[in-house]
Design a protein around this ligand. Structure first.
Ligand SMILES: Nc1ncnc2c1ncn2[C@@H]1O[C@H](COP(=O)(O)OP(=O)(O)OP(=O)(O)O)[C@@H](O)[C@H]1O
Length: 800
């Protein structure tokens, strides 16, 4: 209300001032003799013209007045200023087909834009008769989105609608910016359109809209400029100063050259662009971690002419959906948001779970690196080029966290996260999944689980302070969500459309068309048309020093925040990095460390070799990783069973087999292929703790006796501490060697490498059907524990 009153008062004051000025001009002119260039009247006119010139000079810098030319009074002349922005409208009797009108309009628009505060003025222009040519020199303003030029009837309608919206929002006190409707030349105006133009003219000044209208003899409350050989300026017909107008011919100013107009327009556009920019430095608050997450998380997303846009994760907009083509700025936008949030909320109040898959954003930024061991202390888990399994594991973790929170909330008798904050300060959780559609790839059991988890998180997350950003660069990615379960889509009211986004907004909403790098459309109404705000967001990449500084500041203030668990999908895993290795001590129930499990904890993939039947390990598949696994297994065993006998059969990868024997030390024996059967029988017979480590057992040329020695060892060995760890490069040979399905339970642990799931089912059952072999991954199957885990097998470094 106060805003409206101030605007009204201001308008009245300006109006009165303009009236005063015009009356002064009129009085001076009326005082001059109407004609007769006698000496006395020439002297009087000259004096008058001088006074008017002085007055005009004093007013020249008033941005509300525009200079249109020199009025001639017989032998003298004075500048003519007419009120415009903030006070009234200007109409010309001719449209922009008249070159003098076109030139004057260009000059007036340029001056108006140049003297407006950045972001305070926009131009809607219509030029049908010259198809935009009369305003072409102002193109830099159009490029900078300060001016929109349309050339047809549909464009005129849209421009009128934009002006009407503008008036309404100014009258409602929602904005105070100005809009110029420049009708350089209009298509044929029917009664309805003409009525709308008149209505805008009548309400426009109070509503912040000013008309610059070519081809209008009459326009409510406008000063009309009659273009004839000698131009005359008329008053608004209903203005209190009368209808006589300025009774003097006015010579137009010499037109500005197109080059000059273009250069000035470029300068104005650049200035506006710089002023509309939100800097990365503006994202962080003055004081780190000073905001309270009880009612939601919020941060700055960008800026437009209306000012800065703040976005939230709260009950209204609990989750966001982000789309944009590759190179559209998704990484930068997400960095802006995540750094903005991390700078506002402490790690006790905000926990980040960040997942990226191969084709999109990388969250390495948040993790400790070899060159820089700092990290963002809010990050709890980060998946860089993750496997789907890791993504689903994190979603499971978050789902379990919601269950935990529901128990805590019940205990405190509250139903919402915000109420819980009074009793317990659990952090709000933000989980970002970039290229989330990867989770659905394959349409298998894992995909179905992912859909179920996402739906649950989307539906219930807001109550438990768990929020999500799902991002995708492809239409099919976004549509995948819709086709999976449209109920998920509805849980994402906040849509973020970056350049190239096609299906994030409603399909009838064209707002994301033509977006440029650094621009984003935000729509908090599920993407419906008309609820968009287009802002520019800071380029975090261009401010790497600030980024570095902020990360270091947060890291220094981290208190006891631990580094995140990080899963680098592309990285190999090594036994010597496993903290468990150092903890191993002598035991009759040794654990075999094999790799890193691809789960939320990223813990060790291991099996225990105790004396229950079947405790042997088979490694299956031609992938040479099999040899590396045997090496890791042997080294972990040697620490726990130093007194046992170790026999190494080097039937494949002899170099690694030899290196393994060497690593085992003195107690290791290498056995030749021909002696294998004998040694197996001997180990079974001796019934002393022993491990047979077979590299390439498929190459063993076993006779019937040899096969028997093997199956006997498998069946009876574990009871006396005799275990086989063998690598078969083919599944068929392995199943034959163990006696087919009859021997199935005799080897209860396996690591499958490059053997596809459909081939495994015969031996391992339906549950392994979806196993999809890929480099650097294995499937650890423990029949006794009835589990199978995806793992990254331990391998030796290339230099080892
Ligand atoms: N706000 C911005 N202002 C100016 N340039 C920007 C802005 N945001 C991004 N860019 C530029 O656009 C390019 C692409 O940005 P970004 O890496 O974020 O895209 P992306 O969509 O994540 O692409 P990809 O998926 O291929 O990694 C970068 O060179 C970046 O500097």
């Amino acid at each position: 209300m106060a805003g409206l009153r101030a605007t009204f008062d201001n308008t009245v004051a300006r109006h009165l001032s303009a009236v005063g000025r015009l009356n002064a001009v009129r009085a001076a002119l009326d005082a001059a003799p109407p004609s007769g260039p006698d000496a006395a009247s020439v002297a009087a006119e000259t004096a008058l013209a001088q006074r008017l010139s002085a007055a005009a000079a004093a007013l020249r810098d008033d941005p509300g007045l525009v200079h249109i030319g020199q009025a001639r009074l017989h032998a003298s002349s004075f500048p003519v200023l007419v009120p415009f922005i903030g006070t009234g409208h200007l109409a010309f009797s001719h449209d922009s087909r008249e070159p003098r009108v076109a030139a004057l309009m260009r000059a007036i628009l340029l001056r108006a834009m140049a003297s407006a505060q950045p972001g305070q003025l926009e131009i809607e222009a219509v030029d049908a008769a010259t198809v935009g040519a009369s305003l072409a020199a102002l193109q830099p303003l159009a490029d900078a989105r300060l001016m929109r030029v349309t050339t047809d009837a549909a464009g005129l309608e849209r421009a009128l609608a934009a002006c009407e919206d503008h008036v309404k929002s100014v009258l409602r006190g929602e904005r105070s910016t100005k809009l110029v409707l420049a009708l350089a030349s209009t298509p044929e105006l029917n009664e309805d359109l003409r009525g709308r133009v008149d209505a805008l003219a009548r309400s426009g000044v109070a509503g912040g809209v000013h008309l610059l209208a070519g081809g209008f003899e009459q326009l409510p409350t406008a000063v009309t400029i009659q273009v004839a050989d000698d131009m005359r300026v008329g008053n608004p017909p209903d203005a209190p100063i009368g209808a006589a107008g300025l009774n003097a011919p006015v010579a137009f100013d010499r037109p500005l050259t197109d080059d000059y107009v273009r250069a000035e327009a470029t300068r104005v556009a650049d200035r506006a662009k710089a002023a509309a920019e939100l800097r990365f430095a503006d994202l962080a608050p003055d004081r780190l971690w000073s905001e309270d997450p009880s009612d939601g998380l919020s941060t700055l997303a960008g800026r437009d002419s209306q000012g800065v846009l703040r976005l939230s994760f709260d009950d209204e907009t609990p989750h966001w959906l982000v789309g944009g083509r590759t190179g559209g700025g998704k990484t930068v936008f997400l960095l802006d948001i995540l750094y903005g949030l991390a700078a506002r909320y402490s790690p006790e109040d905000l926990a980040l779970y960040l997942l990226d898959f191969k084709e999109g954003v990388s969250f390495t930024e948040f993790t400790p690196q070899s060159a820089d061991s700092t990290f963002i202390p809010h990050a709890r888990a980060v998946g860089v080029e993750s496997d789907r399994e890791y993504g689903v594991a994190i979603l499971r973790e978050l789902d379990a966290e919601m269950t935990r929170r529901s128990v805590v909330m019940k205990r405190h008798g509250v139903a919402r996260y915000s109420q819980l904050r009074g009793a317990e300060s659990l952090p709000r959780i933000l989980c970002v999944v970039d290229e989330f559609q990867v989770l659905f790839a394959g349409n298998d059991k894992l995909a179905r689980e992912a859909v179920g988890l996402l739906e649950n998180l989307a539906r219930k997350g807001r109550s438990y302070g768990v929020h999500m950003i799902l991002a995708s660069q492809t239409t099919s990615g976004i549509e995948a969500l819709y086709t999976k379960k449209d109920s998920i889509f509805g849980q994402f009211p906040l849509r973020v459309a970056l350049p190239g986004a096609t299906s994030v907004l409603d399909h009838l909403n064209p707002a994301a068309q033509g977006l440029r790098t650094g621009e984003v459309v935000i729509n908090a109404d599920g993407g419906i048309a008309g609820r968009d705000r287009k802002v520019r967001f800071p380029n975090a990449h261009a401010e790497s020093e600030l980024l570095y500084q902020l990360r270091h500041d947060m890291w220094s203030a981290r208190r006891d925040a631990q580094p995140p668990t990080v899963f680098y999908g592309y990285a190999a895993a090594h036994l010597d990095e496993d903290p468990r290795l150092a903890e191993l001590t002598e035991t009759p129930r040794p654990r075999v460390l094999l790799g890193r499990r691809v789960n939320a904890a990223l813990d060790t993939a291991e099996i225990t070799l105790d004396n229950t039947p079947g405790r042997h390990l088979s490694i299956l598949g031609a992938d040479p990783t099999g040899a590396h696994l045997l090496n890791a297994a042997a080294i972990s065993l040697a620490k726990q069973r130093p007194q046992a006998r170790y026999v190494v059969a080097a039937l494949a990868e002899p170099g690694l087999a030899q290196a393994t024997a060497t690593a085992l030390g003195e107690q290791a024996e290498l056995v030749a292929a021909d002696d294998l059967a004998t040694v197996m029988a001997e180990l079974t017979e001796a019934a002393q703790p022993a491990f047979l480590i077979g590299f390439g057992l498929d190459a063993a040329n076993l006779t019937m006796d040899g096969k028997k020695a093997l199956t006997t060892l498998l069946r009876t060995g574990p009871a006396s501490g005799v275990h086989l760890l063998g690598w078969w490069r083919g599944l068929r040979r392995f199943t034959d060697d163990i006696g087919g399905s009859a021997g199935r339970e005799d080897v209860s642990c396996s690591v499958v490498l490059n053997v596809p799931g459909n081939e495994l089912m015969g031996h391992f059952g339906q549950s392994v059907m979806d196993w999809n072999p890929r480099p650097g991954r294995g499937l650890l199957i423990d029949r006794h524990a009835n589990r199978h885990d995806l793992m990254v097998p331990y391998t030796l470094r290339e230099t080892e």
